[in-house]
Design a protein. Structure first.
Length: 144
């Protein structure tokens, strides 16, 4: 029973809940970026490059072969799927990653700069020592 209680305390700590929320938000943000890249950026890039659809770009290593059947309908040679390197989808995914990494970098940079502003607050001026205080009182009394 002690381990269950420890786990409950651990799970209810703020850090774990914060991490869970950040994970869910990150997954949602990743979907938004993917949609943005697929629906907005890649069509623009395709238009600028002469109508190329990068999602369909690939290098076929082995072409697909349909199944060969005899007159009775029995399969003589089974179908073979196409073997291809889909570099267009890979480039799109790299663009997704670069956008997400840039946004995370900007968020961390903003957090760090706000921390520096808090740390750079000017320290309170030091109070004069007892000797300095006494000398200032003598000076003030002589001015009168």
């Amino acid at each position: 029973m002690g381990m269950l209680k420890e786990f409950k305390e651990f799970a209810m700590k703020g850090n774990l809940v914060d991490i869970a929320v950040a994970f869910v938000m990150g997954a949602a943000f990743g979907k938004i970026v993917t949609s943005f890249v697929d629906g907005v950026i890649m069509p623009l890039v395709g238009m600028l490059t002469g109508g190329i659809d990068f999602a369909q770009k690939k290098v076929v290593l082995k072409a697909a072969v349909d199944a060969v059947k005899d007159a009775g309908g029995k399969v003589v040679t089974p179908a073979v799927a196409e073997v291809a390197v889909k570099y267009g989808a890979f480039l799109t995914t790299i663009l997704d990653f670069i956008i997400v990494a840039f946004v995370v970098f900007m968020i961390i940079k903003a957090i760090n700069s706000s921390k520096k502003k808090v740390e750079e607050a000017p320290p309170a001026p030091p109070t004069p020592s007892s000797t300095d205080q006494l000398l200032m009182e003598i000076r003030d009394s002589l001015r009168k």
